[in-house]
Design a protein around this ligand. Structure first.
Ligand code: FAD
Length: 872
């Protein structure tokens, strides 16, 4: 049991200082300022001989920020905002370094910074409840809290090139540039690498060098920065109300105020798309291109339109077609590697003394004493510039020997990828914080905004602990695992994991391939951090004289795209359907359906009519590409027996068709309240009989017929299987019930837990039932198939349920009851999904895996196993 209180320092076993901070860049400086003001004794340790971090080390020619300086600056000191005027839209490294020096002077920060000192180890002493921090000077500092503000891009990657240390000429590293001026005049210079730093440096080095040879492994997308003085409009926008501007930045997705697009690239004409891209291109704004359309980051086809636009620009600038082609990125989607801004980068390759070596065609064999040998050439150089990037996000953290409880090494814990809660802390390492750590927006945002948010959060946490007499804090394994899952879930609905980028750790040999930052946005992330605090520090365990306390739990359980859809529905004030008349509800669902992405292409779509139980019914046939005959799936749409029609689940039917390789016949049925129970199921059964009898005419393979339905359609599919069994046919080879209604009991746990807030509400389900069936009819197995006396001898089933669906438990109960009755039944429980997730093709991307499983299940029913190649 820990007994020491947080404020105690000194003494033989107490801490020397309350907080040790590693790093004196943007993060360390603000942390020192904030903690000092809050009365925490703080020591910053910095390996450089001055403040600045990134801007101390990266002094290469052309180094400058590519987030506009007005945005890329502190917000905590309104006075500073008035007294510091940026001379350019994108300030140079010397100007940013001067700015940070000015901040350090203004707030007298240097007196608590120990320069020229490297932290080598930090070990948690559980008995004393403090960290023992060891430096390369041999001293040990005991502190209660250990914070790594050590930078996401501060540990340059050692070039993994044979012979890198053999070169006898001048070698330079962009991330460790000398303080003395470097003069390339008259020299033969090589630049290895074509990332952000190289793209900034190459045009300037080319102005001096006699010969410049650029060695490129992966071309990157770059656009003109259009640098110059800060624009009057930008300045006026900021000056009008700096506080409001900063607030908007904090609540934005990237840390820079901006409206997010709702329109999808593939929804508009090619001309409209190009106009938007041209505008973004001309803006010189780093994030403008990704912000043109909503689907650029997630849809490969949409993204390719941007890639091709930018390739067109490269081809129009670079005169030599072979060089132009080599400079065109073709192996990654736009934005999945950090995009760049440049001044005359591509133009530089038109200069007669500038050459490009495409390492994919002519790889480096070795660096020699005099130059570089590739597979086909020997080059001689006077100087080599290594612009080979950083061991990003985790490199500087695990470079220190950090050991937590029981002597567990952080490097070992993170060997398969970093595990953090909110990117702030990691379990098993009490009182250890990372600023802009992995699992936070960090490098995907305007980092100053993200740094300030982390510092403010951490400071508030320390104040809370002091007030509450708590000594230690650490995240719980449950909270951490939940957050890691959420970070991955978010990345997985984007194109990012497909690129070999430093975001994925792919640039460092042996590094785990894991998406490192949090892609959900600064706004959403801040909300999660604040919510954790408001929920009694959800997921954090505290201990100390104030008592042990922990409100364990997971901060984000809903799939990220589900959350986005729910947010948008709220934002647009979509009314609850059960507050509308039936006619209004139908009109609204039709209008909303018109906005959906269309779903994949299928071979053919044909409408027809078939005889229902009491008159003709409309159906729509989706035929796969390729010669038939194909098996047939009779599909029943959702809509609570009240809404929808043969075409209302169009994207889902297309998706089912492509994934299953079967003909999908989406059948309409009579709706309530005009035609109440059992009209819908009687129509469903009549349709199945007719389709079975006419399978060959529909292009189907007789005898290979399955049923599938979503929601109320799942109810109809389940009932139809029971009716077919009882009637002795037709033979149904399998049933897929997607979040089906199987019972009229509204008291199950999932009704209580998910009755509100996840699209389909408990009250809407009641509204549907009221329209559909009298209370006396509802327990009938044709309305509540779960209540059938006999569930044996039914077709094999796949029952899909969603975690955040009121209908979840009755779906699960039906799957269990089928299995109990000896039916081959599988239950697919979709984590983090809501009732409408499965049919939301190309909207809820995280449900694509479940849709694929449905396709596989249908193929199995039909005795075929090879799944088709389907995107997403
Ligand atoms: C060339 C370049 C341009 C960039 N441009 C932008 C931009 O336009 N917009 C943007 O948002 N971000 C940009 N970034 C990212 C940039 O790193 C951050 O914006 C920000 O400067 C990070 O500040 P920091 O204090 O977190 O880390 P850093 O500035 O990296 O500071 C960390 C400090 O910790 C010290 N340190 C690390 N380990 C130890 C140790 N063991 N012992 C002692 N000291 C240690 C380092 O010496 C370093 O000084 C850029 C990065 C680079 C490299």
């Amino acid at each position: 049991m820990v007994t020491r209180v947080i404020s105690a320092t000194g003494g033989p076993t107490g801490p020397d200082v309350e907080v040790v901070v590693v790093g004196a860049g943007f993060a360390g400086l603000y942390l020192l300022y904030r903690l000092r003001r809050l009365g925490f004794s703080t020591k910053v340790i910095e390996s450089a001989d001055d403040v600045g971090g990134t801007w101390y080390w990266n002094r290469y020619p052309g180094a400058r920020c590519d987030v506009e300086s007005i945005d890329y600056s502190y917000s905590f000191d309104p006075e500073l905002e008035k007294e510091w005027q940026w001379s350019e839209r994108y300030a140079t490294q010397p100007e940013i370094l001067r700015y940070l020096g000015h901040v350090a002077d203004k707030h007298d920060l240097r007196r608590d910074i120990q320069f020229c000192t490297r932290v080598e180890a930090a070990h948690w002493d559980g008995d004393a409840a403090l960290w023992r921090v060891r430096t390369d000077r041999g001293d040990e500092i005991r502190c209660r809290f250990y914070v790594m503000a050590s930078g996401c891009l501060s540990l340059p990657k050692t070039p993994d090139i044979a012979g890198a240390d053999r070169f006898k000429g001048e070698s330079y590293y962009t991330g460790r540039w000398p303080h003395e001026p470097v003069d390339f005049s008259g020299k033969r210079v090589a630049v290895i690498g074509t990332g952000s730093s190289a793209i900034q440096a190459i045009p300037i080095i080319a102005q001096q060098a006699a010969e410049l040879t650029v060695f490129q492994r992966t071309p990157n997308f770059s656009r003109p920065a259009k640098n110059g003085p800060v624009s009057a409009a930008k300045k006026a926008g900021f000056d009008a109300n700096p506080r409001a501007y900063r607030e908007a930045a904090k609540l934005s997705a990237s840390g820079i105020p901006r409206e997010l697009p709702l329109m999808r690239a593939l929804q508009v004409s090619a001309a409209e798309r190009l106009a938007k891209y041209e505008e973004a291109y001309q803006s010189g704004d780093l994030l403008a291109m990704s912000a043109t359309f909503a689907d650029i980051g997630a849809n490969p086809e949409a993204n390719e339109t941007v890639c091709e636009f930018l390739r067109g620009k490269i081809r129009s600038i670079v005169r030599d077609p072979e060089t132009a082609e080599a400079l065109c990125p073709k192996n990654h989607f736009y934005g999945t590697k950090r995009p760049c801004l440049d001044t005359n980068y591509y133009e530089t390759f038109n200069l007669p003394h500038v050459h490009l070596v495409d390492l994919r065609k002519d790889p480096i064999r070795t660096i020699t004493e005099v130059g570089i040998d590739t597979a086909s050439h020997s080059f001689e150089f006077d100087a080599i510039v290594f612009a080979t990037g950083f061991d990003a996000m985790t490199g500087a953290i695990v470079a220190v020997d950090v050991k937590g409880r029981e002597g567990v090494a952080l490097a070992a814990k993170w060997a398969d990828g970093p595990k953090t809660y909110l990117g702030l802390m990691t379990s098993g390492f009490p009182n250890f914080f990372t600023i802009t750590g992995p699992g936070s927006p960090s490098v995907l945002s305007n980092m100053v905004v993200s740094i300030e948010q982390h510092v403010d959060w951490l400071s508030a946490c320390l104040v809370y602990m002091r007030d509450e007499h708590l000594t230690t804090v650490e995240p719980t394994p449950v909270a951490e695992a939940g957050w890691v899952q959420h970070v991955n879930d978010f990345a997985d609905i984007t194109l990012f994991p497909r690129a070999n980028s430093w975001y994925m750790g792919a640039n460092v040999p042996g590094k785990a391939r894991v998406f490192l930052p949090y892609i959900g946005g600064v706004d959403r992330y801040r909300k999660a951090c604040d919510e954790a605090v408001r929920s009694g520090y959800l997921g954090f365990a505290f201990d100390g004289p104030g008592g042990a306390r922990c409100n364990d739990g997971v901060i984000r359980r809903v799939q990220p795209d589900v959350a986005i859809v729910l947010e948008l529905m709220q934002q647009f004030g979509v009314p609850a359907l059960d507050t509308l008349s039936v006619a209004e509800a139908r009109a609204l669902t039709v209008a909303m359906a018109a906005q959906r992405p269309p779903g994949p292409q299928v071979g053919e779509v044909v409408d027809g009519r078939l005889p229902g139980a009491a008159g003709p019914l409309t159906y729509r046939v989706y035929r796969p590409a390729g010669a038939g005959p194909h098996p047939i799936v009779v599909y029943f749409h959702g809509g609570g027996w009240v809404l929808g029609g043969h075409d209302s689940d169009d994207p889902f039917c297309r998706d089912l068709c492509v994934r299953s390789g079967a003909i999908i016949v989406s059948v309409d049925y009579r709706h309530a309240p005009e035609s109440r129970f059992p009209a819908a199921v009687d129509d469903g059964f009549a349709a199945v009989r007719w389709i079975a009898a006419n399978a060959a005419a529909l292009g189907g393979r007789p005898g290979q017929l399955a049923v599938c339905g979503w929601s109320a359609g799942g109810n109809i599919a389940a009932v139809v299987c029971q009716m077919a069994r009882d009637a002795g046919g037709p033979r149904i080879v399998g049933q897929v019930l997607v979040t089906p209604v199987t019972d009229c009991d509204f008291t199950r746990e999932s009704y209580v837990a998910n009755g509100e807030g996840y699209g389909l509400t408990a009250s809407l389900i009641r509204w549907f039932w009221d329209h559909y069936a009298d209370p006396a009819d509802r327990p009938h197995p044709k309305a509540s198939p779960l209540r059938a006396a006999d569930l044996s001898n039914l077709p094999p089933a796949l029952v899909v349920t969603c975690e955040f669906d009121p209908l979840r438990d009755e779906g699960a109960a039906y799957a269990a009851a089928l299995a109990e009755a000896g039916v081959e039944a599988r239950h697919l429980a979709c984590r983090g999904q809501m009732h409408t997730s499965l049919p939301s093709v190309d909207v809820i991307l995280s449900a694509a895996a479940a849709r694929a499983e449905i396709g596989t299940a249908l193929r199995r029913f039909f005795g075929r196993s090879a799944p088709p190649a389907v995107e997403s």
